[in-house]
Design a binder for this molecule. Structure first.
Ligand code: FMN
Length: 147
């Protein structure tokens, strides 16, 4: 599934909070297996990102439909998407917020990140059919210890 609602919730361990609507096919799959892979696409995959967000794994095999390559994970049963810039293998760390907020708190147990480019053009959903592309750098304003 395509997911726009997510946030970092901790560094050590590395935690990511994700909103997964309870009507999504992914909801029960992730809740039952207690694991997932979060794949980070670049803008060249934009059409597939939207298509994946408008179709359900209940009806189609999205890897076949969108011509994406499933790669086995090393720490979880869910596959990685080879075409994505980064893939984070995750295990469910905290299920308490699922019944009230559909909020899954995952721990990243293995990160796979391409070595180049250093600053990929990743897409971030703003809502209303509009994405932001990464690229604007404010790095020089940061203290070294905060990078
Ligand atoms: C740009 C975009 C962002 C989305 N963000 C989320 C999200 O954060 N959480 C969510 O539950 N669904 C989100 N969706 C909707 C799911 O991707 C969609 O319901 C999908 O069909 C679920 O697939 P599944 O039934 O195979 O799990 C988003 C869809 C799009 C197009």
């Amino acid at each position: 599934m395509t997911m726009g609602w997510h946030m970092v919730m901790g560094f050590e361990p590395s935690l990511i909070g994700c909103y997964i609507w309870d009507q999504n096919h992914s909801f029960e799959m992730v809740r039952n297996s207690r694991e997932c892979v979060i794949n980070v696409p670049t803008v060249d995959l934009g059409t597939k990102v939207v298509g994946i967000g408008y179709s359900s794994g209940r009806d189609i095999d999205k890897f076949a439909e969108f011509r994406l390559t499933a790669v086995p994970g090393t720490h979880v049963g869910a596959p990685l998407i080879e075409e994505c810039y980064a893939s984070f293998e995750c295990k469910l760390n905290d299920a308490k917020l699922i019944p009230t907020y559909s909020m899954f708190v995952f721990e990243v147990v293995k990160a796979h990140v391409a070595v180049s480019p250093k600053y990929p053009r990743t897409m971030h959903y703003r809502g209303d059919g509009v994405f932001m592309l990464s690229g604007t750098k404010f790095r020089r304003l940061f203290k070294p210890q905060n990078l």
